[in-house]
Design a protein around this ligand. Structure first.
Ligand SMILES: Cc1cc2nc3c(=O)[nH]c(=O)nc-3n(C[C@H](O)[C@H](O)[C@H](O)COP(=O)(O)OP(=O)(O)OC[C@H]3O[C@@H](n4cnc5c(N)ncnc54)[C@H](O)[C@@H]3O)c2cc1C
Length: 361
């Protein structure tokens, strides 16, 4: 009988096991904390073991290689404004689209659920720019990417490091047309809690939410503002005062596996890693204008070749490994000591009461 994990901390919810199963014996089922886990139907399963082979948590550690490190800002102001950090994802995505390629990233669907999707043009690219602090649904994405690569289309995928590593395992062989980009990642919050938060705000403002920006740069404060739109009315405030973001940053609503994440290191097997350049105000205060600076790590020859193709569109400086270090490159986020208690309250209380209680803290 196939079993993918015994402890929830050993499943990152990337969904690659579901996508690889060609007899559809795996469903992703939501638990009481709002996270999705694979569930195998043992009446259908033929024990082929493919699901275990694509699991990024089970795969061996990543080898070291000759990496390069950069600080970077897109030259185009609109790319920088539309990105959460220095706008490097928009620059590289734009390059791939201009070569008839396809780009995959996380956007909202019509009910504000965070889902990975495929885009073919600059208009739809807007939907998958910017950070969403919610675990994204990857259903069907691994299969789609494989299909596009077999059509010989250039493909850029951007996601969390566990999703990126799962994609590498899913594809089994290298493709010259593929660029895998991953993020420095604090950890992913519960999609169930996000859904409840959206519903709470929609009731409060009596309307339908159509946008939520976690890293709004209107105040040129490196995206420390967040904003949302309900029935065309915009609401904005400090990222750190927002109750959902506070639950995230105080480590109450992250997926259990994030607290053991083995990808919290600069050693990845993606082609490119991007994140916020923490400490830019110390290293290069003259370029810190509040509009965001990215850190970029190039891991592979493919990553270095793409960088050479786009670097004329970027203001950049090369730096040392120690210059880019930040907490999520040296170890996972620690769970709040009250996480379990919080999740118990989430199960027992109405969401409105829970939010009012968190606001009062
Ligand atoms: C959950 C999460 C936690 C993060 N934690 C850190 C951190 O601790 N330190 C740090 O330096 N950087 C972190 N980042 C990365 C950072 O916020 C920026 O996303 C990154 O620097 C890219 O910025 P950009 O300006 O180049 O482009 P952007 O346009 O901001 O690119 C964002 C990219 O991330 C993808 N994306 C957005 N949300 C998700 C999601 N939920 N799941 C998967 N992919 C997503 C988008 O599709 C796009 O490809 C985190 C991002 C996420 C999504």
């Amino acid at each position: 009988m196939m079993k993918l994990f015994t402890d929830k901390k050993d499943c990152c919810g990337c969904g690659a096991c579901k996508d690889i199963c060609h007899i559809n014996a795996i469903q992703m089922i939501q638990d009481t904390e709002g996270f999705f886990y694979p569930c195998i139907d043992n009446h259908i399963c033929v024990n082929c073991g493919e699901c275990a082979e694509v699991c990024p948590i089970k795969s061996p550690d990543i080898r070291s290689c000759d990496r390069r490190y950069f600080g970077a800002q897109a030259k185009k102001e609109s790319f920088r404004y539309s990105g959460s950090s220095g706008g490097i994802f928009p620059v590289i995505a734009d390059y791939i689209l201009s070569g008839q390629g396809v780009v995959y990233g996380a956007g909202y669907d019509s009910s504000m659920k965070v889902v990975h999707r495929e885009v073919h043009d600059a208009v739809r690219l807007e939907q998958i720019k910017k950070t969403k602090y919610v675990q994204s649904d990857m259903t069907g994405i691994y299969r789609n990417i494989e299909r596009r690569l077999k059509e010989n289309r250039p493909v850029l995928f951007c996601g969390t490091p566990c999703q990126a590593h799962a994609l590498r395992l899913f594809l089994k062989r290298p493709y010259e047309q593929l660029i895998i980009m991953d993020l420095v990642c604090y950890g992913v919050p519960s999609p169930g809690i996000w859904r409840d938060y959206v519903t709470y705000l929609e009731h409060k403002h009596n309307g339908k939410m159509t946008e939520f920006f976690f890293r709004d740069k209107r105040d040129r404060d490196n995206g420390h503002t967040c904003s949302y739109i309900i029935d065309g009315v915009e609401y904005a405030g400090s990222l750190y005062q927002n109750v959902y973001c506070r639950m995230y940053f105080t480590n109450h609503i992250l997926r259990p596996t994030c607290h053991n994440c083995k990808f919290c290191t600069a050693e990845r097997d993606s082609d490119i890693t991007i994140g916020d350049f923490w400490g830019i105000e110390r290293i290069k205060p003259d370029i810190d204008d509040g509009m965001g600076t990215s850190l970029v790590i190039l891991h592979t020859d493919r990553g270095k070749a793409i960088w050479d193709s786009v670097k004329q569109n970027i203001n950049w400086f090369e730096c040392r490994h120690e210059d880019i270090l930040q907490p999520r490159l040296s170890g996972p986020t620690e769970a709040s000591e009250n996480r379990q208690k919080f999740m118990q309250l989430y199960k027992e209380m109405s969401f409105e009461d829970l939010i009012e209680m968190k606001k009062a803290e």
